[in-house]
Design a protein around this ligand. Sequence first.
Ligand code: K7E
Ligand code: CUA
Length: 766
Amino acid sequence: MSRPGPFQRNPFILVLCALALAWSAPVLAAESLQQVLKRRGLSQQDLLAAAKTYVPTGERDEFLAFASGGQSGHVIVYGVPSMRILKYIAVFTPEPWQGYGFEEESKAVLAQGRINGRDITWGDVHHPAPSETNGDYDGKYLFVNDKANPRLAVIDLHDFETKQIVVNPIFQSEHGGAFVSENTEWVLEPAQYAAPLGGEYQPLERFNEEYRGGLTYWKFNREKGRLEPENSFSIELPPYSQDLSDFGKGASSGWSFTNSFCSERYVGGIERGRPPFEAGCSAKDTDYLHVVNWRKAAQVAAAGKTEMINGHPVITIETAIDEGLVFLIPEPKSPHGIDVSPDGKYLIVSGKLDTHTSVFEWAKVKALIDAKDFAGKDPYGLPILDMKKSLHTQVQLGLGPLHTQFDPQAGIAYTSLYVDSMVARWDYLKGELLDRLPIHYNIGHLMTMHGDTVKPRGKYLVSLNKLAIDRFNPVGPLHPQSHQLVDIGGSKMQLLYDMPLPLGEPHYAVAIEAGLLKPRIRYKSGTNTRTGEISPHKTRAGEERIERDGKRVTIHGTLIRSHITPEIIEVDEGDEVTIYLTNLERAQDQTHGFTVGKYNVHGSFEPGETASVKFVADTPGVYPYYCTEFCSALHLEMQGYLLVKPKGYKAKVGDLMPKEEYGQADYEKQVATNVATQATIDEVVAFITSQDYKAHPEVVALVEDATDQLGRAAEAKKKTEIEAGAERWHSATLWAGQWWQYQVKAADIGLRAKNILEEHGATGRP
Ligand code: K7E
Ligand code: CUA
């Protein structure tokens, strides 16, 4: 059935049509819209919300959201406004469908995240940050942090795969990461809970002297798509529990801003008869906003004015003071978000324990810094600016303000109110509250489209809520997380849709215009997708082989509809087995999976990918292996056997495979088939060469592959003829069969090239 055209999709016309139908239709006709509304108890408002979020079959979303997966260690990708989940990107946690952590290439990525020699196979993902060009998302990379085990990861948006994990060399926990500078030169990862830098032991009694916070600025190499630990540096800070951060932009370019809480430096100790952390950490009225000149700090680090901790350069607090790198401004207590306005002129800070949201004005802050107009110094000697002199305004929005996102209209922002469970729309220039919308319940972060860039897109807002309580069907005491979609296009905010998310607790999310994302549909044949390089183990059709070196057995195999080559692998008990597989497919979405039962290995092989599984065949027996994606009609036949022979096993005479004897008639039958196949191949070749096929890179690649196969067919044909000439019919028949195998592969590849040319003509479009 074809889907409705645009005319029928206009909701207004739809209502009219439905009404007309209701008048004239016979009793058994499909339900009318009015009937459905009545039967399901839906209002006009519900209908409007549905029409605003519904994406008809085959149509796509306008934005893609990337949500932190919290304790799952993953990133969740969904469409806006449909809220349809598209992908879980495995980052810090193994995920078998993607083969992540079950094949060697991705295990190598997870291994980069080892700490103290220990595998850390989960993460607490809080803040995704897309790469930016001139302060706007460019759709190339995504960075996320792990708060629990201070780490950052790089996801390449060309294939939505995790490529790199770096471990923070000096912190024991972090929170603020990841934030990127306007052109993604740096990715900022601030510490959270203070600890001795580098990880040594110090008693809590020495908290003020030995415990420290800090900021790590990771250098990003855009060409390589990797963070460069060797070119990164940190700034030592007092133990103030640094928190969320943001990079300056526009007017405040070159600076970064970091909140803190518990600047009281309280160390708890309820079991020692002291008041608990929460009391001691919120005793003062203010904490500190850290204002950092990162551009100058990068120069100071490059000049070597650093101390090495764990081989990582750290700018000490004294150097930061001497060089004028860090300034503090008191901010209302226990703040959470710090968000820089799209023009970079205002810094918005929400104090969780204050009803106000504070708007600092960059021009005022900068003037105080330039004039060295300081109100005092903190106990470590860092200059403190006067809060009142730095403020533009403070606005009473509601209880528990947390995070702020921006609107395309100048001065308009949205702030989450955690305690009130509301979203506030307000004007930070005029200091006016404009609208409030109740949310269910306890909103944490919120996101608008490109809402933290120089160019917010407006339209939608998603509130990421901490509790779901009664929103969804109960599924036990552990409820799903809840994302609520809000229309912010009109003068009043309108709640459109509730989406349950059954993974870890999401914190931040970002939404990127779908048109900016240009993910690939296949890899260059033989790609190790985790490094982006052509694997030395790339295997072409006909090059499949099993090699033994002592106890090490290495298999180079291929996957293509519908066979795994090789189909039989025989090893001895205790052999170390490595199976490299290349997916020879070039067709879109033609993924093959691979597993060997009972050995806990699994890979997902996207078209063109080369990856490997490795295990010690320590248990003798018979192990079927198979493709785990329903890839074709003969998918179930995409199988093979791993035979693990027990130690000292001796083959008996009866074990030999029965030998079939082929005669001259069999030989001639096979040759006739080959001749017919060749006629088909010649036709395909004639078609392809009659076209301007060189305009299509993927057709060129296919032709290359087919030519390769035909070369092998010619070799097999020669051997066939030698055997036939000597009247060794059995051998000649088998060689003729092999010749045909190569022909079939060439024909298959050629036909696919022909299809592409027929579908796309000479447009050069993939
Ligand atoms: Cu508010 Cu980690 Cu950004 Cu949670 S964080 S909400
Ligand atoms: Cu390949 Cu199923």
